[in-house]
Every structure is written in C-alpha cells, then in structure tokens.
Design a binder for this molecule. Structure first.
Ligand SMILES: [Zn+2]
Length: 267
C-alpha cells in the first residue's frame, strides 16, 4: 500500500549487493507502526532471494507444475473440506438417455448438485438454505429430488403411471441406482431407470425455472413434461430394440418393460 509506483517490478525493488539482497524501496511515506514490523519481516524474507533475468510471473505454490487451474483448486478444497467423506461411486451408462441426463444422474450420486445446503457448506452466502418449493426444510439433494412433499407427489404419480405400486422412491439410491421391481440389466429395468433419471433431471430443471425465472411450480405440467420428454429420448434410442408408440407409452410404459422384445416380434 505504501509503494509509490504500483507497477514497479520485483527487480526494481530488490538489489543484490555482495550476494545479499536488500530492498531498494520507494515509499509514498515513511513506514511506521505495524508497517515497520511488516517491513522488517519482508527484509528478512528477501535477504536470501536471488533475482534472475526472467520476467516477473505468478506461481501457484500448491501444485508442483506451478500453474493455477480451477480443477486443481477445486480438488484441493474438496480434499481438505470433505476428506474421507468425498464419494466416488461409479454409475453404469444407460443408453436410453442423452449424455446430459447421465451426467446429471452421476452428479446426483456424487452429491455434486448445487442445492442450497451444498452451496452453504462451500461458504457461499445465501439469504436462505430452505427448499424453494416448500420453504420449510433445508434444501439437500435428497430433499430437492425425492423428499420434498411437492416432489414426492410427482414420484407417486410416476409410480402409478408405470404400474409400480409395490416399490417406493424415498432416497437418491432408489431414484438413481436401485433396480427394485425389475430383474437387473433387463430391458424393462433400463427403461424404468431411464425414466427415473429423466424425472430427476426435469424436476431439477423445473425447480431452477421457479427460482431463477419465477415460473410457477405446476405438478401436472412437470409430469406431462417427464412423460413427453422420456418418450422422445427413449423411443429415439430404442427403435432397433423395440419401437415405442406414444399412446402406449402414455397409457402404460411398463407394457414395453414386461414384454421381451423378441416375443413382440420386433427384437
Ligand atoms: Zn421442500
């Protein structure tokens, strides 16, 4: 703060005399008080510094390359802040959803969705950490995608639509990974899982539209969008395996899950 020429280079301020570096200062006023203590400390630090002819540059001392990248910084913060609690779960691909839906689902199980409780943990100052839908519970990832009563009613209707009344969606695992209700790796399981991933994606998208674009949360519209979008994405990707018809998908999508494609004569 006391430097007269703010653009001065390090080389202009450090002179080397008899192998010892000393300060070649140009202060706007004579340092005094606490600034004198800081100057003494600075003089000690530079005494062993040797200056080369290279231009001045910044060096990121937390990485051996010396180069700052946001990913290195992000990893360091995560390791320090979350340590052993960081999750590293793998998620097998589901070929009936677009890449962006797969990445979103992967981020959900890694707990990397920027809900208010996660932003608060990272030290971001928010006026509230309550759920924007119910304004009553803390917005965690599980609350935002499954627990909130405004969201759980959507899941109840999706389970009805899929004729899956014996199973529940009450946590992230059941929404993203669990194969309850279907034999693992079956065609039906893939379709149901794709539908669940698309539902999570659209629930989050509609919640963001409510928060950032003041769009009204309308459960019937959310369900319609899940039905239409899941038909569009899944039918496009399953044409070879089983052509999916819109009226049948809307009526009872588990029809395709229950009927092995080869028995339908289209396998
Ligand atoms: Zn809520």
């Amino acid at each position: 703060m006391l430097e007269s020429h703010k653009e001065a280079t390090v080389a202009e301020r450090i002179s080397n005399i008899n192998s010892t570096s000393i300060g070649n200062w140009d202060w706007s006023r004579t340092p005094s008080g606490r600034a004198m203590d800081e100057l003494t400390e600075l003089n000690n630090l530079i005494s062993s510094v040797s200056i080369s002819n290279c231009p001045d540059s910044w060096k990121f001392s937390l990485d051996t390359s010396g180069t700052f990248t946001t990913s290195t910084m992000s990893n360091l913060i995560n390791t320090l802040k979350y340590g052993v609690h960081s999750r590293n779960l793998s998620l097998p691909r589901n070929k009936y959803v677009p890449q962006k839906v797969f990445i979103f689902s992967w981020r959900v199980i890694q707990l990397k969705i920027p809900v208010r409780s996660e932003l608060d943990k990272k030290g971001i100052d928010l006026h509230t950490i309550l759920c924007p839908l119910c304004d009553h519970h803390i917005e965690t990832i599980e609350h935002a995608l499954v627990d909130c009563h405004k969201v759980s009613s959507i899941w109840t209707q999706l389970l009805d639509w899929w004729n899956q009344n014996n199973i529940t969606i009450s946590n992230i695992n059941e929404a993203i990974i669990s194969d309850q209700g279907f034999s693992h790796n079956s065609f039906g399981y893939s379709l149901w899982q794709a539908t669940k991933w698309i539902a999570c994606y659209i629930i989050r998208k509609q919640m963001n539209l409510k928060v950032f674009s003041c769009k009204v949360w309308n459960p019937a519209m959310v369900i319609s969008e899940i039905q239409a979008q899941s038909f569009s994405w899944i039918s496009n990707r399953s044409q070879k395996k089983a052509p999916i018809k819109w009226h049948q998908w809307l009526l009872n999508p588990s029809f395709y899950a229950a009927s092995p494609p080869n028995r339908m004569g289209i396998g």
